[in-house]
Design a binder for this molecule. Structure first.
Ligand SMILES: *Cc1c(COP(=O)(O)O)cnc(C)c1O
Length: 362
C-alpha cells in the first residue's frame, strides 16, 4: 500500500539526527519548558519572519489560545470557513464565541474575502482564515477588510508551515498565526505539538501565560489559562525537522508539477497568483469520488478525504444556525487527497497518476 504520508520512511532519512536529539533531552533531565523549546521558538519565529513564537501542545489549542489572547469569547462572532478540520471551529466555540461560516472560493478552496465582508455584523471580532491544503488565503484582501472594519485576524496555519503569499509566510499577516505539528503535517512532531507566532510583544506574553495555567510569574494566576505546553522532546525533534522543511516543501511542489503533467480526467489544484502552495495535501476532485477511491484502494493506493462533512453539519453543531453553503457542500462530495509526500519515488508517483487517470474513466 502506498500511504498518504510515509512517516517511517521519512524518519529513516534523518534517523541519526533525531535519535541524537531525543537522547540529549532524555539524558539531560529537563522535560518541560527548557532549552529545546526556547530554541525552537526562536528558530521557528525566524523561519516564519515573525518576532515571537510560543510553543503549545497542539494546533487546536494554538487557535484557542490565540482567540483568548485577543479577549474573544461569549457574544463575539468569528468569521471562518466550514471547509476545514473540525478543530478550527472547536477552538472558537471553546472560547464561547460563535463561528460564522462563509463559503469558499471555488478555485482555491480558501475562504472567499467578498463573502467575509458581507457577513460582518456589530458582533464580529475576528476573521479566521484557514490556509487549506498548504495554499494561503487571499491575505491582502482579508487584511484590507480587517483594517477597514477594525477586526482581528487569526490565521490557521496548521497545513501551511512554510507557505507564503506575496513573499510573506503563513502567520505573518494575522495578529496571530496558529500552527499544528501533528505528525502527518508537513512539519510534524512525533506526537501532538503546536505553536503560535505573532509580531506583538504583548500578545506573545499573553499566549505564554495562557499556555501555562495563566501564570504571570510563579503561582500568580492572572487569567483562566490552559495547560498547553510544547514539550522538550517534541521541540528537539521539530528543531531537526525544521532544517529540512524547505527542502521537503520543494519536493512536494515538484511532485505537484509532475501530477499536473500526468493526471487526466480529474480536477487538479489551482495555484492562485500570489500564493506559493506547499502542497501539504494534494487534493483532486472527481464527480464519482467514492468509486475512484475504491479503485485506488484496490490498486494499493491509500487516499483520504479532507474533509467529508462541512463543519456546520457535524452533530456537535446541530443546535446552531442553519447553513447551506453550496460550494463547500459540493466539494465535500468530490474531493480526494492522494499521496504527495516528499519521500514518494518517481515510480510510485507515476503509478498513482496512471491509476487515478484510469480510475476516473470508469
Ligand atoms: C490539523 C489541523 C488542526 C488541528 O491541529 P491539531 O494539532 O490536530 O490540534 C487545525 N486546523 C487545521 C486546518 C488542521 O489541518
Amino acid at each position: 500500500m502506498i500511504p498518504i504520508a510515509d512517516l517511517q520512511r521519512q524518519y529513516l532519512t534523518i534517523k541519526k539526527e533525531i535519535d541524537t536529539a531525543i537522547n540529549k533531552v532524555v539524558s539531560g533531565g529537563k522535560y518541560i519548558l527548557g532549552n529545546e523549546v526556547a530554541k525552537f521558538e526562536e528558530e521557528f519565529a525566524t523561519y516564519c519572519g515573525t518576532k515571537y513564537c510560543v510553543g503549545v501542545a497542539n494546533g487546536q489549542e494554538a487557535l484557542q489560545i490565540s482567540l483568548l489572547a485577543l479577549g474573544i469569547g461569549k457574544g463575539d462572532e468569528v468569521i471562518t470557513t466550514p471547509f476545514t478540520a473540525v478543530s478550527t471551529s472547536l477552538a472558537i466555540t471553546h472560547t464561547g464565541a460563535t463561528p460564522v461560516y462563509v463559503d469558499i472560493d471555488s478555485l482555491t478552496y480558501n475562504i472567499d474575502p467578498e463573502k467575509v465582508e458581507r457577513n460582518i455584523t456589530n458582533k464580529t471580532k475576528a476573521i479566521l482564515p484557514v490556509h487549506i491544503y498548504g495554499q494561503m488565503a487571499k491575505m491582502d484582501k482579508i487584511k484590507r477588510i480587517a483594517k477597514k472594519n477594525k477586526l482581528f485576524i487569526i490565521e490557521d496555519c496548521a497545513q501551511a508551515a512554510g507557505a507564503s503569499y506575496n513573499d510573506k509566510k503563513a502567520g505573518v499577516y494575522g495578529n496571530l498565526g496558529a500552527f499544528s505539528f501533528y505528525p502527518s503535517k508537513n512539519l510534524g512532531a512525533y506526537g501532538d505539538a503546536g505553536a503560535v507566532v505573532t509580531n506583538s510583544n504583548s500578545l506573545a506574553q499573553k499566549v505564554r501565560s495562557l499556555r501555562d495555567y495563566g501564570q504571570k510569574g510563579r503561582y500568580n494566576h492572572a487569567f483562566q489559562g490552559l495547560n498547553s505546553k510544547l514539550d522538550e522532546i517534541q521541540a528537539a525533534i521539530l528543531r531537526v525537522k525544521l532544517r529540512y522543511l524547505d527542502d521537503w516543501n520543494e519536493k512536494r511542489r515538484v511532485n505537484a508539477q509532475k501530477y499536473r503533467r500526468l493526471l487526466r480526467n480529474v480536477t487538479i489544484p489551482v495555484e492562485s497568483e500570489l500564493a506559493r502552495h506547499i502542497y501539504h495535501l494534494y487534493v483532486i476532485r472527481y464527480k464519482h469520488r467514492n468509486k475512484l477511491r475504491k479503485y485506488l484502494l484496490d490498486s494499493n493506493i491509500q487516499t483520504q478525504i479532507h474533509f467529508p462533512i462541512p463543519v456546520y453539519k457535524q452533530k456537535v453543531y446541530s443546535e446552531t444556525k442553519f447553513y447551506h453553503l453550496p460550494i463547500t457542500e459540493k466539494y465535500c462530495r468530490e474531493i480526494l487527497s492522494i499521496p504527495i509526500h516528499p519521500e514518494l519515488t518517481e515510480k510510485e508517483l507515476k503509478y498513482i497518476a496512471e491509476k487515478v487517470s484510469e480510475g476516473a474513466q470508469i
